[in-house]
Structures are given as structure tokens and as C-alpha cells.
Design a protein around this ligand. Structure first.
Ligand code: SAH
Length: 318
């Protein structure tokens, strides 16, 4: 285990190579060579929140909003299962139409395919999370985004860090595999607070953590901010692997948007999970949390492409 001081030193150091090597070894010893492929289905881009970094925030009037019908959701899931996906991640903005009751119904239906279901639908009260859990949801993904309480409050005018952390504690208490995570490169974020982000993942006993690079979205308040550092993101991933050996760490999409090379390299720095969109093609470009450039084909081809990439790294796609 690394202490706070050492984490800060490592994040800032010139030569990080030994940490990368260590992270890669710890990854191999603790979670092996498998790279888990998760299918992510973005069911709605409506959102009642005002997160100032996110393109879906309710103040963005340029965005055409959509909701998938239950049938569209089941069709996409069926196709994903057919081509080999074993986990579906249901993600959306905070949309009252997809309240806990509605999502629980969808989860229950999807569980009939005998696959794992992750929900990533933002903040619910304890009873909401319990309903999802009781209906078979296996995992919940809710990033704490930043553990700097003041920065958190600035970025989320309608929320507070305490509330986010309480949600994560409830999720953990209910027996979900609990996913948190944070962004790297937010305006005014310090390296010290990134060390604390890693320590918070440990304290919350997170089973997974999505660590992504901040990318400014043109239709948000942060449109003029600088893009976060890919190198610092990789360092945060590697140090998280070293501090929490068994954790699941995705190569976050924001990293692959910024740099394809680096996004493959992240698998040598501690990552062992990747997510791929299975959202119907015409809706994908509307789920724009941050600007992307992803070309789309279809669910089967994209799955095959990923498996080929993973095999070429000498790893095992699952
Ligand atoms: N409404 C859900 C899902 C949010 S979107 C929730 O609140 O959990 C998923 C993740 O995308 C967020 O948790 C955030 O970490 C990331 N994200 C949002 N905007 C971003 C941006 N501009 N750059 C990089 N990552 C961003």
C-alpha cells in the first residue's frame, strides 16, 4: 500500500516507468490476463442535473433528446448477448421517466438472459437502489468525479460530495459490486486531490473504478477549459492498481477518444476492462457526454474488432 505522500510524489515524478511495471505485474498476479468486455447501452440522454462538464446537462439546449423504448432496449440487449457480451451496462442521464421502478423492471427482464447487469443511472435514494438490487442488478457505477469538496460543489450546483459518497455507501451496503471513479484534468483540480481520489476508492472498498480524462464539451460552461492530461490519467490508473490489487479498471472511453495508442497502452498500466457502446447507431451521437469521433459499424463487427485488438495484446477477451 502506498501512503498519500508517496502517491503525490509518484503522480509528479519524471520517471514513472517503474510504477507502470509494478502495476502491470500486480494486475497479472491478481486479476490475470483476461480483459472483460462490457456492452454499454445508453437508454436516455435526458438529464435533470447541471453538471458543468457534461454535454447532457439540462441547460444544454442544442442537444436533441431521446429515450429508448423498452423494446429498443431489449432488442439491443438480445443482439449483444448473441454476439457474446456477458455484461450489459445500462447508462443514462438522470431522467424521471427512467425512475428506479422502471429501471428495475428492465433489469429483471434482462436478467433472464443470464448475464450480469450494471446500472449507471445516477443518484437514487436507498430504496431506489434496493429495488434495483432486489430485481437482480449485480453492479452499480456511480463515479465520485472528484473528492475535492469545493471543486465538486462548483461543478455540481445541484449536489454535494457528501451526498454522492452516501450514495456509494448505500450501494456498497446493498451488496452491489460497487464502481466509482473520477476525472483527471478538471479545471483547478490538484495532484494532491487525485492522490486523495485514489485513497477514497480504497476507503469505499470499490470493486471497480472508471478513471477518465476530462474533455471540454463546447456546449457546457467549461467549453474553454483545457483538456486533461492523458499521461496523468494513466498514472492514476496504474497507482490505483497498485493500491487496490483486485479492482476492475476499465480503459475509459475518454482516453481512447483522445489517443488510440494510449488507450491500448493502458492495458499495460493496470487496466483489465473495456466498454463498447451497443446503443442504436442513430442515437449514439446524441449521447455526447464529451465530443467523440468514434466511427460506428454494428454490434457484431465492433465486438469482433475488440476481440482482435485484445488478442493482439496477448490477452484474453471475455
Ligand atoms: N448520469 C450518470 C452517468 C454519467 S455519464 C451518473 O451520474 O453517474 C458517465 C461519466 O462520464 C461521468 O461519471 C463522468 O465521469 C464522465 N464525464 C462526463 N462528462 C465528461 C467530460 N466532459 N469529460 C470526461 N468525462 C466526462
Amino acid at each position: 500500500m502506498m501512503e498519500r505522500d508517496e502517491l503525490i510524489y509518484a503522480l509528479k515524478t519524471v520517471d514513472f516507468d517503474n510504477y507502470y511495471k509494478q502495476a502491470d505485474e500486480i494486475r497479472r498476479e491478481n486479476v490475470g490476463d483476461v480483459i472483460h468486455i462490457r456492452a454499454i447501452l445508453e437508454y436516455s440522454n435526458y438529464c435533470k442535473r447541471e453538471c458543468s462538464y457534461c454535454g447532457l446537462n439540462r441547460l444544454n439546449r442544442h442537444l436533441k433528446r431521446y429515450r429508448l423504448s423498452d423494446e429498443e432496449i431489449y432488442d439491443s440487449v438480445r443482439e449483444a448477448v448473441r454476439v457474446g457480451y456477458k455484461t450489459i451496462v445500462l447508462q443514462g442521464g438522470e431522467d424521471n421517466y427512467f425512475n428506479a421502478e422502471h429501471l428495475a423492471e428492465i433489469v429483471k427482464e434482462i436478467k433472464r438472459y443470464n448475464i450480469s447487469v450494471t446500472v449507471s443511472g445516477g443518484e437514487f435514494d436507498y430504496d431506489g437502489y434496493k429495488l434495483l438490487r432486489d430485481n437482480g442488478a449485480d453492479r452499480y457505477l456511480l463515479k465520485h468525479e472528484t473528492c475535492d469538496a469545493q471543486l465538486y460543489a462548483e461543478l455540481h450546483p445541484d449536489s454535494a460530495l457528501d451526498r454522492r459518497i452516501q450514495c456509494l455507501k448505500n450501494i456498497k451496503m446493498l451488496g452491489f459490486e460497487t464502481g466509482s471513479g473520477f476525472m483527471v484534468g478538471l479545471p483547478n483540480q490538484t495532484v494532491e486531490s487525485i492522490a486523495d481520489d485514489i485513497l477514497l476508492l480504497k476507503e469505499l472498498e470499490c470493486d471497480m473504478a472508471g478513471i477518465g480524462t476530462f474533455i471540454p464539451h463546447p456546449d457546457t460552461l467549461l467549453n474553454n477549459a483545457d483538456t486533461g492530461s492523458v499521461e496523468l490519467t494513466k498514472r492514476a490508473v496504474a497507482l490505483t492498481r497498485i493500491c487496490i490489487p483486485h479492482i476492475n479498471l476499465p480503459a475509459t472511453t475518454s482516453l481512447s477518444v483522445l489517443d488510440k495508442e494510449q488507450s491500448r497502452d493502458i492495458f499495460n498500466c493496470g487496466a483489465n476492462v473495456i466498454m463498447r457502446k451497443i446503443t442504436p447507431t442513430d442515437k449514439r451521437k446524441l449521447y455526447e457526454i464529451y465530443p467523440t469521433n468514434a466511427k460506428t459499424t454494428n454490434i457484431r463487427e465492433e465486438r469482433t474488432e475488440l476481440e482482435t485488438m485484445i488478442n493482439s495484446l496477448g490477452r484474453i477477451p471475455l
